[in-house]
Design a protein around this ligand. Structure first.
Ligand SMILES: [Zn+2]
Ligand SMILES: [Zn+2]
Length: 292
């Protein structure tokens, strides 16, 4: 039997290294901390090979509502682990994948290369979506993977071409794509801005109404962020025009008026959590008419 060097957590889909004897670790560092949870029945591991050979899962490509031509969701069906999507961003200067999913197979690689023009880099918003990032990088010839250095402690299995970026913003493809790091959900929790589309991952969550967003330290365990952290997220977005907001799941999209929606949501969030929203947002009241 071939020695296995890494395992996939069945609950969160993140890859982890085997222990020195070749067995899975006792717990998953992503699931076994307050933002996530260990599934009922306890920690369970699989491998990427098992996942692929099970024949149960395939990746599907779905045009987004925000920009069906240039922003394509890549997700696994039936839903696997957290169930997030990656978003393929097809810019005039090349393609970038925002966030990552656990399953990577030959058909997914073929489609991206032959039908969508390949992939130049992968940017991952935060540790919940690290998934099989090393295998994704290798499948495309060792393309760079960008994750924020603030979250380095959560990364167990980096890619060979792994770039830990620092600070609050990162320009890619000659400034065509901008990555912003307001933190909050994780210290390195990031956003990606391209062509007035804001890809938000878990830095904010598109609400069921698709008319507002919310902000949480933990979504599954319902732990909110504080008003200062939410204000930092708003201040990070404030300098930019944002039309559309794309969350981490298919259907979690707000089409149009994105910047005002983030501003109003941050204001209301602060008010409903018992703080003086004027203190945090009063001087920004003119923002409501900014990006019509
Ligand atoms: Zn896990
Ligand atoms: Zn998350």
């Amino acid at each position: 039997m071939t020695r296995v060097s890494s395992f996939v957590c069945v609950t969160c889909g993140v890859n982890t290294l085997a222990d020195p004897s070749g067995k899975p670790q006792e717990s998953c560092i992503i699931c076994d901390e307050p933002r996530q949870y260990v599934r009922q029945g306890g920690q369970e591991w699989t491998t990427l090979e098992e996942l692929k050979s099970s024949g149960k899962y395939t990746n599907v490509f779905t045009p987004t509502m925000a920009d069906p031509e240039h922003l394509i969701s890549i997700s696994t069906t039936p839903s696997y682990a957290i169930g997030q999507r990656g978003i393929l961003i097809k810019t005039p200067k090349g393609n970038i994948l925002w966030d990552c999913i656990t399953l990577i197979d030959d058909e997914t690689v073929r489609k991206i290369k032959e039908e969508h023009g390949g992939l130049k880099a992968i940017v991952i918003s935060h540790p919940h979506y690290y998934s099989s990032l090393k295998d994704w990088s290798e499948a495309f010839g060792g393309i760079p993977i960008y994750t924020h250095t603030n979250d380095k402690q959560w990364l167990q299995r980096p890619a060979d071409n792994h770039i830990f970026w620092e600070g609050t913003s990162l320009d890619l493809l000659d400034g065509e794509v901008k990555v912003l790091c307001p933190g909050g959900h994780f210290d390195g929790s990031s956003l990606l801005l391209w062509n007035k589309n804001l890809l938000v991952a878990d830095t904010m969550m598109v609400a069921a109404s698709r008319k507002s967003v919310s902000f949480m330290y933990s979504f599954p365990n319902y732990w909110p962020l504080g008003p200062n952290e939410v204000q930092t997220i708003w201040k990070t977005v404030r300098p930019y025009e944002v039309n559309n907001i794309l969350g981490a799941w298919i259907g979690k999209e707000i089409v149009g008026n994105g910047r005002n929606i983030i501003f109003n949501s941050a204001r209301l969030y602060t008010q409903y959590s018992g703080h003086d929203s004027n203190k945090f947002y009063g001087s920004d009241s003119d923002e409501l008419s900014f990006s019509k």
